[in-house]
Design a protein around this ligand. Structure first.
Ligand code: GLN
Length: 471
């Protein structure tokens, strides 16, 4: 077995036994990167020198690939946008500080949809990322580089971010574990903001145990992020010891099944996963989240509204790209932004500015906030009755590069991941099987209540064990 194939747990064991050092791990990843990145395109940049220097200085640390919107001191942070070309981070995001303090080092910058807007990584202005299971297909998005790097064994594990599904959907497409923590569980300080009331950093890994180790390392209160509560971080690794589904009450939200766009093979794999859970002793009950049908509309008001405000900072003055054609202050703003942002980002800024404008604020933005509260209450009500929810993660398996041209069709990818994001609860995608005959990975989604990650990990670990036995 090559070192790049290891997950976090196995890498830590080898490091602790002295079988190899961090620099051997990094060296192995560099070799894999050189061999594979040309075809997969998971990484945007890979500072081999910095990675090796960090490994030399931290011989027992495990390297982690970082989505290119998380600041690592001395590294580029482009958000896969032309507007941040040339920007070098002057500081570490809190998640990166936490990684370094807990036996990890950042290693390479992975591709994404520009500013995390998208579901296929095709919105990256800086390069194509391909699905390791079928190079003609997308890896999902927006954390497509993270998912492809994990799926192609080009890293030990990676960090992604999820605003409406961007960890879970690419995890499903690339056969990896992806966990979106509860809103506030992980600091957003130093993570380039898309939609501040939704964004969360989370682990993407080769196993549930690895995700538990990685979340434990990055999570917790941060005085630099006022949305992180002082809630202690449980030991997620201990939480999964002896995990079992016996007697666990799992709700099947009826609004997530029998949906028009749900692919037949995804449905078959999901139903098989549900049967496996039932056979393992889980108590399955049908539940209802009655406001699910409004989630998409609410998300595409709130997320662009917040994005339009967050992205106002890219003005050609403070960071990155500055138009050469500007003749005065006004044209400096407009030309730098027109040249720097891609079409999807512009679309979101226009939508967001519109729903926040004085004539439409009440009709769209304020109303969407009210419906968001109703969606949140749906989750409160079901979690009074069940331990976890089980549902499809993405409505289809990985689609072909260039296949989805219409932005609205692309938005539908997040049908099953957006409601839980709006509610701020935690959720994960776990590998559940493959489609026939194309052999494309399909993840199943588990959702638990806010700050109930320990339970989420237990359920996911138990499912992972039975899904592996069933292979
Ligand atoms: N695909 C969704 C969007 O485009 C979600 C993105 C995300 O979670 N960052 O907004």
């Amino acid at each position: 077995m090559e070192l790049f194939e290891l997950g976090i747990k196995a890498a830590q064991e080898g490091l602790n036994k002295g079988e190899f050092a961090a620099k051997d791990l990094v060296q192995s990843i560099i070799e894999r990167y050189r061999a594979k990145n040309g075809e997969i395109g998971a990484y945007l940049t890979f500072d081999e020198e910095q990675a090796l220097a960090l490994a030399e200085a931290n011989p027992k640390a495990v390297p982690i690939a970082i989505k290119d919107l998380i600041n690592v001191q001395g590294q580029p942070c482009t958000c896969a946008s032309k507007i941040l070309k040339g920007y070098v981070s002057p500081y570490d995001a809190t998640v990166v500080k936490n990684l370094k303090a807990n036996g990890f080092i950042p290693c390479g910058r992975v591709n994404m949809d520009e500013f995390a807007m998208g579901s296929s990584t095709e919105n990256s202005a800086l390069g194509v990322t391909r699905n390791p299971y079928d190079l003609s297909r997308v890896p999902g998005g927006s954390s497509g580089g993270s998912a492809a790097a994990v799926g192609a064994d080009m890293c030990i594990a990676a960090l992604g971010t999820d605003t409406g599904g961007s960890i879970r959907q690419p995890a499903s497409f690339c056969n990896c574990v992806g966990v979106k923590p509860s809103y506030g569980r992980v600091s957003r300080y130093g993570v380039t903001a898309f939609a501040s009331s939704l964004d969360q950093v989370g682990p993407m890994s080769k196993s549930v145990e690895d995700a538990a180790i990685l979340l434990k390392a990055i999570a917790g209160y941060d005085q630099m992020d006022g949305t992180t509560p002082r809630e202690p971080v449980p030991d997620y690794v201990r939480a999964i010891e002896g995990a079992s589904l016996k007697g666990v009450k799992i709700g099947l939200p009826k609004e997530y099944f029998g949906v028009d766009g749900l692919d037949g093979e995804v449905k078959r794999v999901t139903e098989r996963a549900i049967k496996l859970a039932a056979d393992a002793g889980a108590e399955l009950v049908e539940v209802s989240l009655p406001h699910t049908q409004y989630a998409m509309a609410v998300y595409y008001i709130i997320a662009p509204a917040e994005a339009s405000a967050n992205l106002a900072r890219f003005d050609g003055v403070r960071y990155g790209h500055r138009s050469e054609a500007a003749t005065d202050v006004y044209s400096l703003y407009t030309k730098s932004r027109a040249e720097g942002f891609g079409p999807e980002v512009k679309r979101r800024i226009i939508m967001g500015t519109y729903v926040l404008s004085s004539g439409y604020y009440d009709a769209y933005y304020a109303r969407a906030q009210k419906v968001r509260t109703l969606i949140k209450r749906d989750f409160d009500a079901v979690f009074a009755k069940v331990d976890a929810l089980m549902a499809p993660c993405a409505p289809t398996p990985a689609f072909r590069i260039g296949e989805l041209q219409d932005p609205l069709t692309m938005y539908l990818n997040d049908l099953f991941t957006i409601p839980s994001a709006l509610a701020g609860v935690c959720a994960a995608s776990i590998p559940a099987g493959f489609t026939e005959p194309d052999h494309l990975p399909v993840g199943v989604q588990f959702v638990c209540n806010a700050f109930d990650e320990a339970r989420l990990f237990r359920v996911c670990k138990a499912f992972e064990d039975i899904a592996k036995q069933g292979e």
